[in-house]
Design a protein around this ligand. Structure first.
Ligand SMILES: Cc1cc2nc3c(=O)[nH]c(=O)nc-3n(C[C@H](O)[C@H](O)[C@H](O)COP(=O)(O)OP(=O)(O)OC[C@H]3O[C@@H](n4cnc5c(N)ncnc54)[C@H](O)[C@@H]3O)c2cc1C
Length: 540
């Protein structure tokens, strides 16, 4: 046995879920945790830390900070293929993403609770978000927001620009929904707003899972826990597979500087590798037997659900001309990044209390672009391995628009929301005119469909492909992240989201990591507490 590399827990990945788990489990100074991360720590690189790079980071720094991948051609989109990627560095996706902080709404958590029990109730979700965040925004609503957590959230800008205010007013008039101040307050999830909430410190620098949970008060720059914390983070280590003894996970094999190394876990292996988690499970023998056997991988547990139910939000754009005297962002706050936005229900009036659409204003000197996300897609994709080579890219088929209802839903967003917003925006200021798509395109069904397909983009909200659910409901892990059919193996990251979230995905990943780590802590503590004390008292 390699005594040096034997820990209580092994965590794969330092994204939102992995970093929170590593920090939370080692808080007691007793539990030892090894974290293996394929990328490096780039927290101090200007490209990462300076938030004003967020929009162009992927375009300008793809080879440096991203996993290199492409999905399979999309039949519903004239066989176009999109990048299959996320951050390959400390902090994972949170170190390179668009910094938007959006909690799933109570409507989503009610679905989670119904499927998985009270651990995922809306009330507990809010309690945990409050613990995680240090909210620096216009409201001091203690019922909804946390002010002492490690995760800096900045609502920005302080003074919205005229462009943001005009857009917000136009959405307000077009939809009849009043402006909201805090879209993360469970009481006000729907409506237009001038300010986004960003993962940023009060000075506008990027906050990631790495800066928040693996910072210098937690570990040294060489990855050793400080102040007695039994944490070891090793960068530039790519995990190849989980090792089993019978059906019990006992460790992992990983690549380090060209060598194949084994690390052992006394308690559990926790996979938080994001879009790579299904590949790791399959290479380790957990997945569809029909795929694993021909690949020469011994089947530890035959679960056809692994890699299935891949969901992603759709992304389209509408572009307007602007008034050249209106600024997109305040000169004093270029890190505010976005020029207003909205969360809206389905435009047809179905489910008026539920978010179905996310609008993001992206302004410049010449244009105001509305990024349009459809948040309730029915299309599903899947992730498959090609063979037993851990370095071979997976076949990720996102199945965009494979369910025709999604195309109809997106068409309705253009026909109802975009058209009405365009009319109201132009009425507020005639300099703002819709240029793409033209109104003639919106009014012509065939042309609108073609426009949506050509204009369709990929927005990295991959989720649910290792669903947290009972086995007979498409599950791969149970309500506490334990992988079905084996022992001592968990998955905790955005891949286990059970029902599609109604906003960006990283807040859910932080919550999943935190919830699962707290459960592991509670399990240990509960051994030492009188049984009459309720689970609830130790839950939070
Ligand atoms: C360009 C872009 C923009 C986005 N914008 C937003 C946004 O504005 N707001 C938002 O909320 N979300 C956004 N997202 C999505 C968000 O970043 C992800 O949902 C989130 O990071 C998922 O967290 P996670 O913990 O599940 O996994 P990840 O963040 O993907 O972390 C997984 C980690 O595991 C490591 N890893 C993977 N495989 C291995 C292996 N075999 N061995 C060792 N380490 C491994 C990776 O390097 C990575 O660090 C964006 C994503 C991208 C790519």
């Amino acid at each position: 046995m390699n005594r040096k590399l034997t820990f209580d827990y092994i965590v794969v990945g330092t994204g939102p879920a992995g970093a929170v788990i590593a920090k939370t489990l080692t808080d007691n100074k007793k539990t030892s945790v090894l974290v293996l991360e394929a990328g490096e720590n780039n927290d101090h690189d200007t490209a990462i830390r300076d938030s004003s790079n967020a929009a162009e980071l992927e375009e300008n720094f793809f080879p440096q900070y991203f996993w290199q991948g492409e999905g399979v051609p999309q039949q519903g989109l004239d066989d176009r293929a999109f990048e299959w990627t996320t951050g390959r560095l400390s902090g994972g996706g949170s170190s390179i993403n668009g910094e938007q902080y959006v909690r799933p709404t109570s409507a989503v958590f009610r679905e989670w609770e119904k499927l998985l029990g009270p651990l995922w109730s809306p009330r507990r979700a809010v309690l945990r978000f409050k613990r995680l965040e240090d909210y620096n925004g216009r409201t001091r609503n203690k019922a909804a927001r946390g002010f002492n957590g490690r995760l800096d959230i900045r609502q920005a800008p302080l003074k919205p620009t005229r462009m943001a205010r005009k857009l917000t007013a136009a959405i307000e008039r077009a939809t009849g929904l009043p402006e909201i101040l805090d879209y993360n307050d469970p009481k006000t999830p729907i409506g237009p707003f001038t300010r986004w909430q960003l993962y940023q410190d009060p000075n506008g620098l990027r906050e990631s899972s790495s800066t928040a949970f693996l910072s210098s008060d937690i570990m040294t720059s060489s990855g050793h826990g400080v102040n007695g914390r039994r944490l070891r983070v090793i960068y530039k280590t790519t995990v190849l597979r989980v090792l089993f003894s019978n059906k019990r996970a006992v460790g992992v094999q990983f690549l380090q500087e060209g060598r194949c190394v084994t690390a052992l876990a006394r308690k559990k292996v926790i996979i938080s590798a994001g879009i790579n988690s299904p590949q790791l499970l399959m290479l380790s023998g957990v997945g569809p037997g029909k795929m694993l056997k021909p690949a020469g991988i011994p089947v530890i547990f035959n679960n056809p659900n692994v890699g299935k139910r891949l969901k992603n939000h759709s992304l389209n754009f509408a572009v307007f001309t602007v008034n050249p005297s209106d600024q997109a962002l305040p000169a004093s706050d270029p890190d505010a990044l976005y020029t207003g936005g909205a969360f809206l229900p389905d435009p047809t009036g179905a489910n008026p209390g539920r978010r179905a659409v996310q609008l993001i204003g992206i302004g410049s000197e010449d244009t105001l672009t509305l990024a349009i996300l459809y948040l309730r897609p029915k299309s599903r994709g899947n992730i498959r391995i090609q063979n037993n080579d851990p370095l071979k890219i997976v076949l990720a088929d996102e199945g965009f628009l494979s369910n025709p209802e999604d195309l109809e839903a997106i068409k309705n967003i253009f026909k109802i929301y975009v058209k009405n917003i365009a009319a109201e925006l132009e009425a507020i200021d005639p300099s703002y005119k819709l240029v793409s798509p033209g109104l003639d395109v919106i009014d012509n069904d065939a042309e609108l469909e073609q426009y949506i397909k050509e204009n369709f983009d990929h927005n990295h909200h991959q989720q649910s492909f290792l669903r947290m659910a009972p086995l007979n409901k498409g599950g791969v892990v149970d309500a506490r992240g334990n992988v079905h059919g084996v022992k001592n193996l968990m998955v905790a990251d955005a891949s286990i989201i059970p029902y599609t979230v109604d906003g960006n995905t990283s807040a859910a990943a932080f919550l999943i990591g935190y919830t699962i780590a707290r459960q592991l802590q509670n399990k240990r503590r509960k051994k030492h507490i009188p049984s009459k004390l309720a689970f609830e008292e130790f839950e939070e």
